[in-house]
Each structure stands twice: as C-alpha cells, then as structure tokens.
Design a protein around this ligand. Structure first.
Ligand code: NAD
Length: 293
C-alpha cells in the first residue's frame, strides 16, 4: 500500500480520496474549504495543515482542482516539497497548455507526472467507476495506473503530456454537440406530431443512435434514469459542460483546428447558462431550444 497525498477534496476529490482510503492506502489531504476537509476526515483522510505538509513523504500526489490556474499554482507550491522519485498526477479538467505547464514544473524538479482527467461525474467518483484519460510518459503511467484503477473502471493511456486533457475535451465536445442534435430532433418530432417514444425507438436502434440519446435522453420517458425524468437536476451540470466546450474552443484556436459545431455548441450552452440554467443538467438545453423554435 502507498503513502498518498490528495489536494482538492471537493465534490470529486473527496470521494476519490475516500476510495483510496478504502483500498488500504495511507492518505493525507488538504483543501482550502473547511467543509471539504471535515467530510474527507470522516472518510479516513488525514487532514494536513497545508498542501505542502500533505505531500511531504508521499509516494504519489493527486490534485483535483477547479481550473488550470489552480493546478499550476498548487503544483508550483508543492512540487519543491515532494520527495525524490515521487509521482504527481492531476485529475482536474484543465486547458491543455496549463496541463503541459504543470508537467514542465514536475520535470524541472526531476519528478514524473501525469495529466489524468476523468469522466463519470460525482456518481463515478463515489462508486469508483470513473474513466481516466491519461497523458504522460510510459513509466509514469505504469507507476500511476494501479492507483487510478482503484478509483475507476477504465484507465486509458492516451499519449504524452497533455494527451489526457486533449482526449477529455474532444470527447466532451462530441457529447455537447450530440445533445444539441438530439434535442433538435425531439423538438422537430414534437412539431411533426411524432411521439418521444416513437422517435427514441427508431433513433436508438438506427443511424441516429449515440450515447447521449441512450443514456442522457433529454425528454422524460424513454430512458427512466435520465435527468429529464428528475426535473433536469444534474447529472452533468451545464456549467461543467460549458467549461469543457470553452476549453475545446480555446484548444481549437491555439491549434488552428476548425470546429464550427463545437463553437455553436459553446455559444448555445452559454446562452442557456446566461438564462439562469448553469446548475441544470445539460440535457435541459432542449427546453431552451423549444423556446426558440
Ligand atoms: P469542487 O469545486 O467541488 O472541488 C474543487 C476543490 O478544490 C474545492 O473543494 C476547493 O476548495 C479546492 N481548492 C481550490 N483551490 C485550492 C487550493 N489552492 N488548494 C487546495 N484546495 C483548493 O469541484 P469538483 O466538482 O470536485 O471538480 C474538480 C475538477 O474535476 C474540475 O476541474 C472539474 O471540471 C472536474 N470534473 C468534475 C466533474 C463533476 O461532475 N463534478 C466531472 C468530471 C470532471
């Protein structure tokens, strides 16, 4: 069993750290929010006085923070306090540039590092069923993979530094665009007098099928577990979808990629958020489209 430090014990990091305690590791943690610290303490995490204190003596350090600027700042602070030979892994969703900057901070100190963003949300974090998309050197992946596997169901090595973040934002750009496409089809079906169930039965077994339809169906009924059956409570909040779509646009701009549908998806979810729905499940965008049609 390993000595692990976990920085950022929020909605995702808290339950992920708890799963590492359950797996038998010795886990020290730190978060700026007292409430996150006390919840993690109840789950068996030893709360340190600071992030630097938490990482002292750790073989593996994990961070789960809001955005790229937090990751770069926290890594700049803690990397000098880490022991030689330790591995540092960021599981936050951040822009590719910040991810690469964080890798560089670790490399300058002679430490190995991974970017390992997740998909699966808070349910996956609690149930240890996350998917990890991992970027970094092969030896760093080999060292980190067994620990990541204790918090998730799939751990995919996507390539070198930043490749995990690249995979995450490409995947979520597909998801955001798909949800808008599906929602438009249901809105059109309503206008044409076609029932939700009939469209679902056809599309889910035909060329229109996709994960967003069969798992996050935006109308109540066909998929009983989708947020549409629960007043569009998340699920996957619009704020988080928008964050990922904007990261994809930022990456597209700096890489010179043409992503017109990704841009349109970011604009539509931006309007939906601005209308006061940032906390709603992203599939609620169907109501917004309905209002516009
Ligand atoms: P959260 O806001 O609940 O948790 C982030 C935590 O980081 C907070 O508790 C905050 O106090 C702490 N923090 C911020 N700055 C800090 C610092 N300098 N030192 C120590 N702690 C600090 O957010 P979350 O939902 O847990 O998401 C974390 C990351 O995971 C984000 O990048 C998010 O995009 C990503 N993500 C979230 C979900 C989801 O469903 N919530 C799904 C996939 C990916």
């Amino acid at each position: 069993m390993a000595t692990i430090a976990f920085i950022g014990l929020g909605n995702m990091g808290g339950p992920m750290a708890a799963n590492l305690v359950k797996a038998g590791h010795s886990v020290a943690g730190f978060d700026l929010a007292a409430a996150s610290c006390s919840a993690a303490k109840d789950d068996g995490v030893r709360i340190a006085q600071s992030a630097r204190d938490a990482v002292a003596g750790a073989e593996i350090v994990l961070t789960m923070l809001p955005a790229g600027k937090h990751v770069v700042a926290v890594w700049s602070d803690i990397v000098p306090a880490m022991q030689a030979g330790a591995l540092i892994v960021d599981c936050s969703t951040v822009d590719v540039e910040s991810a690469r900057r964080a890798h560089a901070i670790a490399a300058e100190a002679g430490l190995s590092s991974l970017d390992a963003p997740v998909s699966g949300g808070t349910v996956g974090a609690r149930g240890a069923t996350l998917t990890f998309m991992v970027g970094g050197a092969a030896d760093a992946f080999a060292a980190g993979e067994p620990v990541l596997a204790q918090m998730g169901r799939r751990v995919v090595h996507c390539g070198d530094a930043g490749a995990g973040q690249a995979a995450k934002i490409c995947n979520n750009m597909i998801l955001g665009i798909s949800m808008i496409g599906i929602s438009e089809a249901f809105v059109l079906a309503e206008k044409l007098g076609l029932s939700h169930q009939a469209l679902f039965d056809v599309a889910s077994t035909s060329s229109g099928s996709c994960w967003a339809l069969t798992t996050h169906c935006p109308v109540p009924g066909p998929v009983p577990t989708s947020a549409a059956n629960n007043g569009y409570k998340p699920g996957f909040a619009t704020d988080l979808m928008l964050k990922d779509l904007r990261l994809a646009q930022q990456a597209a701009l700096s890489a010179g990629a043409s992503t017109p549908l990704g841009a349109e998806a970011a604009a539509l979810f931006g309007l939906f958020q601005a209308a006061g729905h940032g906390g709603d499940d992203y599939s609620g965008v169907i109501n917004f489209l309905r209002g516009r049609s």
